[in-house]
Ligand binder design. Structure first.
Ligand code: 1PR
Length: 549
């Protein structure tokens, strides 16, 4: 019998542990869970993951009695790896929660990114480049590779200070801030990025840590083309629903209508474009930076625990090592047996199955209505608030489904209008964007600006900005909408709806400050691959991450 070597994982805080376990299995190790402080003593190799709030993580570790044993493990010279907040725990403390000190192994304070001229959180693929000479790298990190980061706080980097104390440091730059992306000394290794979500480059780092392969020499070739900084994110989106014969398929609508209108299937069949897990893997291998699944039917009469989307996530997360987002039906719900299930519990099921983020649509609109009704007061009970408190802002995406409403003059509506370069047939030159719920079937008296500002205040970490007028049109993104939303908030925006060719991605990155762009139909119909989009962006001078085989 082949026995896989084990690694111990500390399970102390909410988060998507499943993808880390999948990644560890993928490189040939088995996970053993640490449930009590005594278990830490059994560990030879210890990994401390962490997401969400620094103070919450540290207080959980403290309450559980883990801090002492972790320190002993590190002092004994045994391999230790901290990921994200698990890395931050090694530092002196964090601006995020001054009440909880860190382990103090690294004499620096974690600080919040400045959001004056950039989105916060920092989400996406960035570098981890060794600050010292380029001829050496640690734990398989390559200067040309990109790694997936998602965080609002980071350790600022000052050249030379930590190096003088024997640390190897790899850094990344976000805007004008250089921060620590990975760090190592002796038996300690920490990454601010998520190696389990960083494709092949991340798996390489995990493998190197587990096999104790601390330093590698780099050939001069291997640094050619190295470019620090955040890449332009390209996301593939899969709208998933059951078709009329009960199979789960990827589908795609025109202005949200997913039924066939012409051809052999005309007469109202749900358009079937393929199998969700296979397609997710295909896009991952084409270089998609993230994959989003939107469950666009409610799978009526199905107990929540048996929701087919959970199985899709479980299977997708075994082979797709980039972030997975799941949307559709994230709200307080009543299960088929009558049990009340909170949005947080629904989200937890998805996170446990391999999701990294949940995307909230309709429920966010209702929450925004309540927010303004209450004079912009936060009640603390919405799906956005409860999930972001438990899992961190970065785990909560709000998906917006707006539609244009034309008016003659701005005074004709109470809503925020723009003057558009695309008047309607009646020649009206102003429009506002009305939010819809239930997949665009119902409009609400909320405009897109009101919505995004409300959900940002509630703790959403990112906006998935669709546009019903543009959806499936292959005519390019709604640049006016994207610019208007970007100007209203600090959290990142994913532009969506209308992508028909690689040029549309270059256009949206050129003409708007969007943080990411998403495509669906053009990929599903096989017209273009994600790699063709990346190649085109690169040729146009944008920094992108190419798939590493
Ligand atoms: O309201 O929280 O249950 O979430 C429902 C989710 O399902 C929302 O995110 C909503 O956008 C989505 N949704 C509901 N109905 C549809 C539909 O198409 N009938 N799909 C739907 C939304 C929009 C995009 C699409 C882009 C790009 N799909 O995600 O992928 O428009 O398409 P394109 O590149 O082909 O133009 P809740």
């Amino acid at each position: 019998i082949l026995v896989m070597p084990t690694v111990h994982l500390l399970d102390y805080v909410a988060g998507n542990i499943r993808s880390l376990v999948n990644a560890i299995n993928q490189v040939g190790y088995e996970v053993e869970w640490i449930k009590s402080p005594e278990d830490v003593k059994k560990a030879e190799k210890l990994i401390l993951p962490g997401v969400g709030h620094f103070g919450h993580c540290l207080s959980q570790l403290d309450k559980g009695g883990f801090l002492g044993p972790i320190r002993e493990h590190v002092d004994a010279g045994k391999p230790f790896m901290g990921i994200c907040v698990g890395l931050q725990a090694l530092f002196q403390g964090s601006e995020e929660d001054p009440n909880f000190p860190g382990l103090g192994l690294i004499p620096i304070h974690i600080q919040k990114f400045k959001d004056v001229s950039k989105s916060v959180p920092h989400i996406g693929w960035n570098s981890a480049i060794n600050s010292a000479a380029n001829e050496r790298s640690f734990y398989g990190l390559r200067p040309t590779s990109k790694y997936y980061y998602v965080h609002s706080y980071a350790a600022p980097y000052t050249p030379g200070i930590l190096e003088a104390e024997g640390w190897s440091v790899a850094t990344a730059t976000y805007g004008d801030e250089e921060f620590i992306g990975a760090i190592s000394r002796g038996n300690i290794f920490g990454t601010q990025f998520h190696p389990e979500k960083s494709g092949v480059a991340g798996l390489r780092a995990i493998r190197a840590f587990l096999s104790g392969d601390q330093f590698q020499s780099l050939s001069p070739d291997s640094i050619v083309g190295k470019k620090d900084g955040l890449t332009r994110r390209v996301i593939a989106c899969l709208d998933v629903r059951t078709n009329d014969t009960g199979d789960l398929v990827v589908t795609k609508g025109d202005q949200y209508d997913v039924r066939e209108k012409a051809g052999v299937n005309a007469g109202g069949q749900v358009r079937n474009l393929g199998k969700p897990v296979d397609m997710a893997k295909k896009y991952y291998e084409q270089g998609a930076d993230e994959v989003t699944f939107l469950n666009i039917t409610s799978f009526r009469n199905c107990p929540l625990a048996d929701t087919p989307m959970l199985e899709i996530l479980r299977r997708a997360s075994e082979t797709v090592f980039v972030p997975l987002t799941i949307g559709g039906g994230i709200k307080d719900t009543t299960d088929t047996d009558g049990t009340e299930v909170t949005a947080l519990e629904v989200a937890t099921m998805y996170f446990k199955s391999g999701a990294d983020k949940v995307s909230i649509g309709s429920d966010a609109v209702f929450a925004a209505e309540d927010y303004y009704q209450a004079g912009k007061a936060l009640g603390g009970r919405t799906a956005i608030e409860t999930i972001s408190q438990a899992y961190g802002n970065q785990a909560v995406v709000v998906s917006v489904d707006p539609k244009r409403v034309y008016v003659d003059r701005p005074e004709d509506t109470t809503h925020h209008t723009i003057k558009t370069a695309f008047p309607n047939a009646a020649g009206q030159e102003f429009c506002w964007y009305q939010c819809t719920v239930k997949g665009g079937r119902e409009t609400r008296d909320v405009d897109v600006r009101q919505l995004v500002q409300a959900v940002e205040a509630m703790g959403a970490g990112e906006i998935l900005l669709n546009c019903i007028d543009k959806d499936g049109s292959n005519s390019g993104f709604d640049l006016e909408l994207i610019n208007d939303v970007k100007a209203a908030i600090k959290i990142p925006v994913i532009a969506s709806s209308g992508a028909g060719n690689p040029g549309h991605f270059a256009e949206v990155f050129k003409k708007t400050p969007t943080d990411a762009a998403l495509g669906a139909g053009m990929f599903h119909r096989g017209e273009y691959t994600v790699s063709q989009v990346k190649d085109h962006l690169q040729a146009e001078g944008f920094l992108v991450r190419q798939f590493e085989a």
